[in-house]
Design a protein around this ligand. Sequence first.
Ligand code: MOS
Length: 694
Amino acid sequence: MASQANALGAPIERREGHAKVTGEALYATEYTPPGCVHAWPVTATVARGRVSSLDTAAALDLPGVLAVLTPDTAPRLAESDDPTLAVLQDFRVPHHGWPIALVVAETLEAARAAAQAVRVTYETEPHAAVLDDHLADAYRPEEANGGHPAERRQGDPEAAFAAAPVTVDVRYRVPPLHNHPMEPHGATARWHDGRLTAYDTSQGADTVRAVLAGLFKLDEDRVTVVSEHVGGGFGSKGTPRPHVVLAAMASLHTGRPVKLALARRLLPELVGHRAPTDHRLRLGAQPDGTLLSVIHEVTTHTSRVKEFVEQAAVPARVMYAGGSILTSHRVAALDVPTPSWMRAPGEAPGMYALESAVDELADALGMDPIELRIRNEPDQEPDSGRPFSSRHLVECLREGAERFGWAERDPRPGRRRSGHQLLGTGVAAATYPVLVSPSRATVTAHPDGLHVVRVNATDIGTGARTVLAQVAAQALGVGVEAVRTEIGTTGLPRAPLAGGSSGTASWGWAVHEACRSLSRQLQERTGPLPPEGLTASADTEGSADAESPYARHAFGAHFAEVAVDTDTGEVRVRRLLGVYAAGRILNARTARSQFIGGMVMGLGMALTERGSLDPASGAFLGNDLAGYHVPAHADVPAIEAHWIDEKDDHLNPMGSKGIGEIGIVGTAAAIGNAVHHATGVRHRELPLTPDRVH
Ligand code: MOS
């Protein structure tokens, strides 16, 4: 019988915590097979052109250097769907930071020194790197990221806007942002008997295996990818990145195991970034706040290597009963590193802009911003007309207002002074879709009472092992201590990536089904278990969003209090509070960490984080954590994360929605709206650094 401590929802500590803090947990570049050597990439220092000469003689002369791979000498790769992985295949330079050679040496120091000794000359071509200068070059893509239509139009939004009595027509801008997980990207690769093993820091080892098998023309069963412990990814490890391909090429070329640990400063140009977005928002309303038009037009950039379109207008298809709605994306292909997923791709920048504009509309109407949102609460998903499987945004706003003390707020901006500080509060809504993918899992009941769950899930720091043990314990009706979870390597039952806030729902669904099946078998069985135990497995389809009769999204409300220094323009966040409606919460402790982590990342997006593309070189500047400022502990105030006990029968057997990304969505808008409330000034470009705010 399950004890209370095993119930889904219990705040159980993460199982690998001890191994992590004692250093026992191994990350990708901490595996050192016998004979392991080190690789260091040489990356392009121009934004566009060709390598005209690569002189490796001096590098090869240095002690301990084994090889320098160049497009002339590197292994040939098969074509793949991802051209960012076609490294060292030709001398073309598509952006600053593109790998052009790879040094392999006995030590890390030798590899690094030799990389510096490679002499490169280029034939350069004129390049374009800054979106602001190339907005007019943007084209309408077929689709935005995630397969979303690039444009959706309902009614006559322009006419509705033109006729609206109260309007807001504003431009918001979000700079490039960098994922910068705690563990930089790295891999250890080893060839042996025509087989490839890669220890890779990845959000999904099965995808890495499939891609490596394709690139190196191997059957998948000859490739093993291990991602047992992963120090964050925030999307940047959601697809295979060049480091693991380079490590495998170097090992194939030298016949030695190879470790490639990217320096943090190389990450921004090699592993993807959140593309900058330029937003035009036109909101039109009746004097009572009823929205007549919602127009959200996004322009972003991609590289010349691959099209990636940050889907920042997509959340406006979900949020408000707008009458006429137009959402569109345009993209300019520039000579820049290829953007990719970063926590809540689309929703994070899109909801910054939309929720800031909604606050401006509330101001223009002289209406409370919470009341304005409630006035426009839709009874079905505006874009699709489907009913919501559950939607408790209004409850989140009301509970947040109560907990935050919103009722005492004087709505007038620029009125609250404390010494040389101006104080203000702000609110914004949050949303994130419910995604789920097919997964497989097995569970084995052993005669000694242990149950072993196997699924190639990835724990990127979220507590996946722990939550899956809870899901299994609940489904089996046993104590959580009677369940062991094996995750993090190919060879385990195939499973989707830890991304799109979908991991727990996808893996958990398969784990739940396997455990229910095992329970039934155990009930029908008489006599002792065989020595090898009894195993049940499950394959779950998930359910694609387009096939569901329901629109499924998590919602939330973010509240912020800020103090703005009137001398320096420095913004300090004093309080952050979030209330979420995200289905059933499966582990109160690890869920709280996810929500709070997202809010801290939103704080960084609001105040400190700015990727800067240098127009002259096409390089990202300030690429390490000294130049790219993520919040430090002293920047992070008391943060509260609460949730509504939401029941939703249209999700998965656990009743959970995703929680990994919604915490960042809307946090920057809540902070920006609070800065306006403090100062009376609207800033429409992130981050809100002192030079802009003073
Ligand atoms: Mo997340 S950006 O879907 O890994």
